[in-house]
Write a protein that binds this ligand. Structure first.
Ligand code: NAP
Length: 320
């Protein structure tokens, strides 16, 4: 029934640092933003232990605490933060239609997509156990590498991300063992060469993880298997990094928003604009390069400013 349709000026989808920063800016610009948190309130940072690289926290802060503070800041300016999951959108008209949990319909003047990306994992039970425990499994070397200073770590993957992260870890850790499942890398030649030329990175080709090993305190290593010989061995390590790609959470937008071949939203360079006027993107949903909380926050700010300018231009058009 049309009475049930809510009209909002600015809808923010997703509740990571991008979404909350967009909310703070949009709320302070009197756009009365409504935010739907999605399936992982707080986003990827809620799976991170300690955040030490976000400016303004000299002592560091835990990921979940940072998200609570961002939420408090957004709510201080009356952002309407709601539980719910966007299940369908229709961006074909001037008014952007969005459905929550397949039930509630909302009509939006502007939409800010901050749905992020999810790191892919191997799916092993032992990997998920130590990930949830916060005990040594990570999908972000830049976020968590520091905690393994002078220790031995393992990284899985053979793409550009894995090479970049292995190289990053090699500068902090005493040894990095890189597990490559095929007999070749997927990464660009230059990235592969950098890894191969780093003394404290050992590369094991044709190698898959059988199990992440650990005790009550966290990871102690991994049991790996050579896919050609079937031979298994245990590798000691206190950190188990997974760099097997990310999946942007953009599936529901694909009929309207231009995505690249891996599903990332293509934004207008230097802005948060998508191909649909009035729909903006911020954070990892459009970023496979930097993927940091601080860059997500920066683009969240951009999206709110772009949305505000879009609304102002529309209002000016209506007046003239
Ligand atoms: P990617 O290119 O898709 O590579 C994923 C890697 O993980 C592949 O080597 C893949 O192995 C491996 N993998 C996947 N599932 C696995 C499993 N279950 N067990 C073991 N290994 C598994 O992902 P990415 O490295 O994140 O890069 C994504 C995009 O961003 C790429 O286009 C990349 O070029 C770009 N990127 C660029 C830069 C840069 O230029 N500085 C840095 C980072 C990323 P297979 O090879 O066997 O499939």
């Amino acid at each position: 029934m049309s009475e049930a349709i809510e009209r909002v000026k600015c809808l923010i989808i997703g509740s990571g640092p991008a979404g909350y920063t967009a909310a703070i800016y949009a709320a302070r610009a009197n756009m009365k933003p409504v935010m739907y948190q999605g399936s992982q309130p707080g986003g990827q940072l809620t799976t991170t232990n300690e955040v030490e690289n976000f400016p303004g926290y000299p002592e560091g802060i835990t990921g979940p605490q940072m998200m609570i503070e961002l939420r408090n800041q957004a709510e201080r300016f009356e952002t309407d933060v709601r539980d719910g999951w966007i299940t369908k959108v229709d961006f074909s008209g001037d008014v952007h239609k969005v459905w929550i949990n397949d039930e509630k319909e909302i009509h939006c003047d502007t939409v800010i997509i901050s749905t992020g990306a999810s790191a892919k994992y191997l799916g092993l039970e032992s990997e998920q156990k130590y990930l949830k425990m916060g005990g040594g499994v990570s999908a972000c070397a830049v976020c968590d590498g520091f905690f393994y200073k002078n220790q031995e770590v393992i990284i899985v993957g053979a793409g550009d991300s894995a090479c970049e992260e292995a190289h990053y870890l090699s500068k902090l850790c005493s040894k990095v063992t890189m597990l490559v499942r095929r007999d070749e890398f997927r990464a660009s030649k230059i990235m592969e060469a950098r890894v191969r030329n780093t003394e404290n990175i050992e590369i094991l080709l044709n190698t898959e993880t059988v199990e992440v090993l650990g005790d009550d305190y966290g990871v102690t290593g991994a049991r790996v298997k050579n896919r050609e010989t079937g031979e298994e061995q245990d590798i000691p390590a206190t950190g188990f990094f997974v760099a097997v790609g990310h999946k942007p959470n953009t599936d529901i937008f694909k009929d309207y928003i231009t995505l690249d071949e891996t599903g990332y939203i293509i934004n207008e360079p230097g802005s948060s604009k998508t191909n649909v006027p009035g729909v903006f993107v911020s954070g990892d949903a459009a970023d496979h390069v930097y993927r940091q909380a601080i860059t997500a926050a920066g683009t969240g700010c951009m999206a709110a400013l772009d949305a505000e300018r879009y609304l102002a231009a529309k209002e000016a058009e209506m007046v003239s």
